[in-house]
Design a protein around this ligand. Sequence first.
Ligand SMILES: NC(=O)C1=CN([C@@H]2O[C@H](COP(=O)(O)OP(=O)(O)OC[C@H]3O[C@@H](n4cnc5c(N)ncnc54)[C@H](OP(=O)(O)O)[C@@H]3O)[C@@H](O)[C@H]2O)[C@@H](O)CC1
Ligand SMILES: Nc1ncnc2c1ncn2[C@@H]1O[C@H](COP(=O)(O)OP(=O)(O)O)[C@@H](O)[C@H]1O
Ligand SMILES: [K+]
Length: 509
Amino acid sequence: MSEQLLELSTLRELEEKNARILGPYTLMERAGTAAADLVCHLHESPCTVTVLCGPGNNGGDGYVCARALVERGYDVYCVQVAGKSPKEGTNAYKAKQMWEEIGGRTFEDPYNAPKSQVVVDAIFGIGLNKPLKGEYIDAVQWYNEREAVHVSLDIPTGLDSQTGQWIGSMPGCRSDVTITFLAGKPGLFTGIGQEVCGHVHTDNLGVSIPLSNINLVEPIDFKSVLAPRKLISSKKDFGRLGIIGGGKGKVGAALIAGAAALRMGAGSVLVELVEENLVYDPGCPELMFREKIDFSEIDALVIGPGLGFSQTARQRLNEALDLQIPLIIDADALTMIAQDSELTSKTAQRSAHTVLTPHPGEAARLLKTTVKDVQSDRVMRAQEISVLTGTVTVLKGSGTVIAQKSGITWINPTGTAGLATAGSGDVLCGMIGAMFAQKFDFVSAILSSIYLHGAASENIDCGLLAGDIAPSALHILQNLRMDVKKNGLKQLGELSCHQRIASHNFYSA
Ligand SMILES: NC(=O)C1=CN([C@@H]2O[C@H](COP(=O)(O)OP(=O)(O)OC[C@H]3O[C@@H](n4cnc5c(N)ncnc54)[C@H](OP(=O)(O)O)[C@@H]3O)[C@@H](O)[C@H]2O)[C@@H](O)CC1
Ligand SMILES: Nc1ncnc2c1ncn2[C@@H]1O[C@H](COP(=O)(O)OP(=O)(O)O)[C@@H](O)[C@H]1O
Ligand SMILES: [K+]
């Protein structure tokens, strides 16, 4: 099963329940000790560590971590940020007392702490409920400026665990590693969270985690795609995808989507260019062109890449919405739906699978809001689009969110700024189309494409051409299939997603 991401209210319930079962202090002791284990793993020989401690339970985890590190021979200092001690009688107060009982040294100003090889952010966790101010901002700045390994406990200070945005206008801590407790939180994997958490390590503190509606995409979620193909098979078994695009001067988008679809295994691809003519594509002669695709010839359809807003484009979109085959709607087709309530309700009435792949700008049009508002709560906005249009929404960008109208949601952990290049969205819709043409179940079809598309960019943050993405994604897919053939599906669940990407990346060889 993939990693569950828990919302704040569920985390609070879990905290309360386990405090009753295990005693109030146990989880804090486990959290701080797990953090100390991680620091020891990151810096095996004892070194100097400074822990920034806030006034709440996050700070309490910090004091426990500091004590556990001293017990292992590390030279450790705590900073009581803003001079604010935990309230008497709280778990955090107890943790601080225990730190003092072993002779732990505490500063009020981080600039008094000695040079450290590891700095730990235990200022605020999920309890941050207002923007950072004054000495808290100074402490965050001190943290970010250190030349050291940066470790956040539970969540980088300043980040909203739900939305992945900073609380307030000031940025918070940026870390190399975040050790998050009980379960992952959506905000660690989308929006700014994806960038500032570094490697996320989850420790469930020995507590069983309830099922959640929000999950992190993992290869185990698309196991049907990881089964090797049968030896005896023909291109007919892998379906025919249609792509409609090609408004005036925008042929490339449809061609890029088509080439990506072939790479990802579609048996064949038909391309219809609504306002342009092309007999064949010298860059990808395997593509077939039709003046008008006969819908009875195809198993799935992508509509939108470079489609434009002509009368023909609108008419073809209208017809496409009537089809009883999986439909992937992207780019200009999304804008047309956003601007026309009849098309929106027609989309919502479809009975076959429908996937919308908006970037934040297109999402804002669909919801009649601003990009800023979309980005302020990506999970919620993706869910709103799914409810409005009755579809699966793929809200693209750092930490792509995939929302079903039932509320089940995934966040994709793969992908880098290398994907911020012209045509990468066209590649994605072609990849999803290919998976549908091959008749994989719809969750696997969508999640595999998004995961592999992102993984193809791992370790690359610039210079990637859209045309490079699908070949690299295919290479990763093939390696995953080989692994599954050799070792079975079980081992997929045992590796963290970053380990998997590192071992399969085309470019990291
Ligand atoms: N969930 C679990 O089971 C487990 C949770 N654990 C740990 O507990 C953490 C959550 O702890 P938490 O609830 O005490 O919140 P935390 O983030 O430490 O801060 C709250 C304090 O900060 C204050 N405050 C808030 N904003 C502020 C601001 N801008 N500027 C100044 N002050 C501000 C707020 O005061 P208020 O103003 O609300 O009275 C309150 O005093 C969690 O992230 C994890 O590390 C683990 O120990 C084990 C298992
Ligand atoms: N910084 C980033 N991190 C991760 N993924 C990104 C980033 N920037 C862009 N992407 C991905 O690249 C693709 C861009 O799609 P889109 O904006 O439609 O581009 P285009 O219109 O050029 O094809 C999406 O899949 C998006 O999730
Ligand atoms: K923190």
